[in-house]
Write a protein that binds this ligand. Structure first.
Ligand SMILES: *Cc1c(COP(=O)(O)O)cnc(C)c1O
Length: 423
């Protein structure tokens, strides 16, 4: 396998290539192949950007037709037929059936572009500069987003001051006995708390990079109630947990939330093509025309594939399949936890956005390496990288899922054998 070009010429910053040192060429559904023809089940799926699998034919079919047809590819934020079709499908098939009503902003193509736009709008609307963000949050790599992220190394990145962020504990931080929502309510209501009232609270319903920490419906509803009580905008960063990842389209549906602003990206295009949107409660949409602008906010190929992805959600067979897969995955994970309590501390996440909190980073490293050698791509998360991230495509077949879990089980068994051998 020739990886010389990467080692010689690509920046030292490269990460996943080091984690999976092979050269990939082809992919279909949950399976990805390298240059030697070796296959892997993909449980990383572009960190949640390929929820519908690689090269999903229902999504790519319309894109191939669009590409071959001499249609518009880049349009800034001009009106195009592809963009109109996407807006109509998104409103009719995603928002309306869920009783949601939002204006749609097209920011730059990445997730962090959506968060920056959301934070800027919330600050403009409130006329206040600070925002509240949580322990272990991850919101992206541009200055505003890394300021609200929790990880010390992420926040240090910009090399400039990161003002105007009030850090508060997420649910379960530092432990389950602490009432974080009650604390936030108290902070916001107490004139002696020493904090500036924030423009917004930004949160993930499941902190993926932060260790697959899943908030409960009760906590999320309480945070929403507190936001409304104190006149603070609730921003849900649904970049990784949304667009189908948990098994519902939005990650907050199970809690019946109606956030003021929602950021979507990663799997929104359904194809891996970059696309982000910011959903804005109509009365908050106080942008002036052109006030927030940029080049790559008219990726028409992504509009086409996103529209095809949205249409999948109106098929009962599709949603029933996700429910079945979720139950199957959760059953497998419960079994692994019962079998390997010496390695796995806790199940994390929710639905198809799952995690296994292990007892050490070393266990996770060993499992990762064994899995890679045996044909499964998994990654770790959490501040101590001791959580195995389990993100199968939500469209994974039963056979692929069983096969991947068997590799994971063998990896854990191998770990047990090694430990036994060492006594
Ligand atoms: C990936 C991610 C982002 C950043 O998205 P980019 O496209 O990498 O800028 C922001 N928030 C969450 C929760 C994410 O998972």
């Amino acid at each position: 396998m020739n990886t010389d070009a990467f080692a010689a010429h690509e920046s030292n910053v490269r990460r996943y290539g080091r984690s999976f040192p092979t050269v990939f060429t082809k992919a279909l559904g949950a399976t990805i192949w390298d240059e030697t023809g070796k296959s892997y089940i993909d449980f990383l799926v572009g960190s949640g950007a390929l929820n519908y699998g690689h090269n999903n034919p229902s999504i790519l079919g319309p894109a191939i037709e669009y590409l071959a047809g001499g249609n518009i590819l880049l349009s800034l934020d001009m009106y195009t037929a592809a963009k109109r079709d996407f807006i109509e499908v998104f409103v009719d098939l995603i928002l309306k059936p869920r009783g949601l009503s939002y204006k749609i902003q097209f920011p730059g193509p990445t997730g962090t572009n959506a968060n920056e736009a959301a934070l800027a709008l919330a600050r403009k609307h409130a006329g206040r500069s600070s925002v509240m963000a949580f322990s272990n949050a991850f919101h992206g790599m541009s200055l505003g987003s890394l300021a609200v992220s929790g990880s010390a190394s992420t926040r240090a990145l910009g090399g400039v001051a990161r003002h105007d962020v009030i850090r508060v504990p997420y649910e379960g931080y530092p432990n389950d006995a602490f009432d974080s929502a009650g604390y936030i309510d108290h902070l916001l209501g107490d004139p002696g708390s020493g904090i500036e009232k924030p423009a917004a609270i930004i949160l993930e319903t499941i902190q993926a990079e932060g260790g697959m920490n899943a908030a409960t419906a009760a906590w999320l509803r309480e945070i929403q109630r507190i936001c409304r009580k104190h006149g603070v905008i609730l921003i849900v960063d649904d970049i990784q947990a949304g667009a189908g990842r948990t098994g519902d389209f939005f990650s907050f549906e199970f809690a019946k939330l109606e956030p003021d602003i929602v950021c979507l990206s990663k799997s929104l295009s359904g194809s891996g093509s970059p696309l982000s949107i910011v959903l804005i409660r109509p009365d908050i949409d106080i942008w002036n025309p052109g006030e927030h602008s940029g080049t790559f906010r008219g990726n028409n190929l992504a509009f086409v594939t996103a529209g095809a992805m949205c249409k999948m959600w109106s098929h009962d067979q599709f949603t029933a399949g996700i429910e079945r897969t979720t139950a199957k995955l959760q059953g497998h994970l419960d079994r692994l936890i019962a079998k390997f309590p010496q390695f796995i501390e806790q199940k994390r996440g929710r639905g198809l956005m799952a995690g296994l909190k292990c007892r050490s980073q070393e266990i996770v490293g060993n499992v990762h390496d064994f899995a890679f050698q045996n044909g499964l791509l998994i990654e770790s998360s959490g501040p101590r990288r001791d959580v195995i991230k389990i993100l199968p495509p939500i469209t994974i077949t039963d056979d692929e899922l069983d096969h991947a879990i068997a590799i994971l089980e063998n990896a854990l068994q191998e770990q047990a054998n090694v430990e036994q051998g060492s006594f």
